[in-house]
Design a protein around this ligand. Structure first.
Ligand code: PEP
Length: 253
């Protein structure tokens, strides 16, 4: 059975004191509240070890915001899968639209990163989604199909089952503009059917597909109630404990 997941992507925010405080608040929240989903955070890489130390019982999953497609070597500024594994991180976000926009990442890069993460027993959270122009011109189904095929369809059935997918329409990220629950659901169902056609329904049914793009406390519940939406990748609203907690509670009945 696939998991419900709420994952917070902190991006390039918070100094060490503020990061530690939010990690601690989240731990307190988790200890005091039963949650109906797994909770992950992706803080800046500088703070990953701190998170792992604090969450010593793995109460909260700890993810990098990116990782290198290379194993090791002369790649200044990069973080390897082995390094993440060595601090017992749980995985990495791969192919976030900001990596694509500002660092030229493509689905071929994502494909190599996803494979490397899986080889090292890390969970990849693979992101895809169309731009505003692509949606306006009605290409969104085709764009997401190509992204999914290039990034994931070289994997075996056993491998793809371990991937978490985050559908994040670029026009909804950090804009306050959210896909309607119906718009998100139809793309999630589309992604799941692509996987079912290639790997079979049983495999497709095991994969958590998260929605990302201006999820907030007041829209989380409705978005998460869609049959093919298994949680959210949250940016801005993951930076404040009250907002993030309310989003987690979107899975409470
Ligand atoms: C994100 O960056 O993955 C994201 C969904 O951001 P926001 O929630 O701020 O739109």
């Amino acid at each position: 059975m696939r998991k419900n997941i709420v994952a917070g992507n902190w991006k390039m925010n918070k100094n060490v004191i503020d990061a530690q405080q939010l990690m601690f608040q989240l731990l307190e929240y988790k200890k005091n509240n039963a949650t109906n989903c797994d909770v992950y955070i992706a803080p800046p890489s500088l703070y990953l070890m701190m998170a792992k130390d604090l969450y010593e019982n793995n109460e909260i999953g700890v993810f990098a915001q990116d990782m290198s497609e290379h194993e090791s070597g002369a790649y200044t500024g990069e973080i390897s899968a082995d390094m993440l594994k060595s601090i017992e991180a749980d995985g990495a976000i791969i192919g976030h639209s900001e990596r694509r926009q500002y660092h030229g990442e493509t689905d071929s890069h994502c494909n190599r990163k996803v494979k490397l993460a899986l080889d090292k027993d890390l969970t990849p959270i693979y992101c895809n989604g169309e731009t505003l122009e692509q949606r306006k011109s009605g290409q969104h189904f085709e764009i997401v199909k190509n992204q999914t095929e290039v990034a994931l369809f070289t994997l075996s059935a056993e491998e793809i089952k371990k991937v978490v997918i985050a559908y994040e329409p670029v026009w909804a990220i950090g804009t306050g503009e959210t896909a309607t629950p119906e718009q998100a659901q139809e793309i999630h169902a589309h992604i799941r059917s692509l996987i079912a056609n290639k790997y079979g329904q049983e495999v497709a049914d095991e994969i958590s597909i998260l929605y990302g793009g201006s999820v907030k406390p007041d829209n989380a519940k409705e978005i998460f109630s869609q049959p093919d939406i298994d949680g959210g990748l949250i940016g801005g609203a993951a930076l404040k404990i009250d907002d993030f907690a309310k989003i987690i509670e979107g899975f409470n009945s």
